[in-house]
Design a protein around this ligand. Structure first.
Ligand SMILES: *Cc1c(COP(=O)(O)O)cnc(C)c1O
Length: 382
């Protein structure tokens, strides 16, 4: 049975995870090695030569990633931003233009505004949930449209299929950061995206114990070009990091089901709380992107943001009072996290078009017992 015929849960456990040819070990070993003995000059066993270029544990993860996103090629990097950097420097040249979302991971915005711009690439900000806003931002030099859906931290939803059409007619590539959804909840390549970006640090790893990133492409030739740059630039995922992400992915489906279930109950409680002025969760029927999310996602994921009546100080206090929700950056682990985006994850977007509301609190709802989570939020809200 080929991986394409298998259901997601089966692929998550088996794709790339073939038994070790030497020992039969059912889990791919951590090939903690830099170089490989050659049988005569140029005589490579299994194609491995030097671990920046390729390493068997990383290959296992890369095959798994490609299978999960339904892509032709998966590539694993040292972090999500390393993956983004490799992608941008592969598909863009000086003089090119990109459209970026008005709500995105702060580090992605910083990469465009403070790093890539200096290399002669210009960018415009659009509300990607509004196709007209994206069309208005296009120029004749636009080579890529960047989308994050659900977005970080405002949980905005973009219609991937509609943006894929816009990108195709503009001769630009559609890049989707699928970190918040994971491939279990959303498959951007099947909806017409050219490249999927991941921070493997989040739901894919799933246990707050590793930093990693990935690119998956629909097109094999673009995959080859990216692999060339991955080796030329060098920010690869190490063998141990690859192994631990591969381990996390085996439980991705069951984790995401519970994340979504718990987040739905948390969002519902918050909508009824007098100290909460607004809840941002695509699973809520009143969310402006609810119908699109219901169409393109399996369920609505584990991220919930909300605005606190009483403003910035009140929002900061809620974060400080939480006990079971750990105050910290990042997301996507089994343990629940709480943070204040304005002062923490999105501080680098202050004063930019991506600045976030000061009264915003972001939750990464974990897979603990939901009653314990609800009790902690209730006490934190006071
Ligand atoms: C964390 C994150 C990134 C960056 O990934 P790192 O692994 O931290 O480099 C990119 N996009 C989103 C949506 C993220 O949450």
């Amino acid at each position: 049975m080929s991986h394409e015929q298998q259901s997601f849960e089966t692929r998550a456990i088996h794709a790339g995870n073939t038994a070790d040819p030497l020992t039969g070990a059912v889990v791919p070993p951590i090939y903690q090695v830099s170089t490989y003995k050659q049988d005569g000059v140029g005589g490579l066993r299994g194609g491995y030569e030097y671990s920046r270029s390729a390493n068997p544990t990383r290959t296992a993860l890369e095959e798994n990633l490609a299978a999960l996103e339904g892509g032709r090629r998966g590539l694993a990097f040292a972090s999500g931003l390393a993956a983004e950097d490799c992608l941008l420097r592969t598909i863009l040249s000086p003089g090119d233009h990109v459209v970026i979302p008005n709500d995105a991971y702060g580090g992605t915005f910083r990469l465009f505004a403070k790093v890539v711009e200096r290399w002669g690439v210009s960018w415009s900000v659009a509300d990607t949930s509004d196709p007209a806003s994206v069309r208005a931002a296009l120029t004749d030099r636009t080579k890529a449209i960047w989308v994050e859906t659900p977005s970080n931290p405002l949980l905005g939803i973009t219609d991937i299929a509609v943006l894929a059409d816009i990108a195709r007619s503009a001769g630009a590539r559609l890049v989707v950061d699928n970190t918040f959804a994971s491939p279990y909840l959303q498959q951007p390549l099947a909806l017409g995206a050219d490249v999927v970006v991941h921070s493997l640090t989040k739901y894919m790893g799933g246990h707050s114990d590793v930093v990693g990133g990935a690119l998956v492409t629909a097109d094999a030739a673009l995959g080859d070009e990216l692999a060339y740059h991955q080796n030329a630039m060098g920010a690869v995922a190490g063998p141990f990091d690859s192994w631990i992400v591969l381990r996390g992915i085996k439980t991705l489906a069951v984790r995401m089901d519970r994340h979504s279930e718990n987040a739905t109950k948390v969002a519902d409680m918050l909508t009824r709380h007098p100290k909460v002025s607004r809840v941002l969760y695509p699973g809520l029927p009143e969310h402006p992107g609810h119908e699109i999310a219901a169409k393109q996602m399996r369920s609505f994921g584990g991220m919930v943001s909300f605005r606190v009546a009483g403003g910035e100080e009140a929002a900061v206090e809620v974060c400080n009072r939480a006990q079971l929700f750990t105050l910290g950056e990042s997301l996507g682990g089994v343990e629940s996290l709480i943070e204040h985006p304005g002062r923490m994850t999105h501080a680098s977007a202050a004063g930019s078009p991506l600045e976030v509301p000061a009264d915003l609190v972001r939750l990464s709802v974990g897979i603990e017992n939901v009653d314990d989570l609800l009790a902690d939020l209730t006490q934190a809200l006071g």
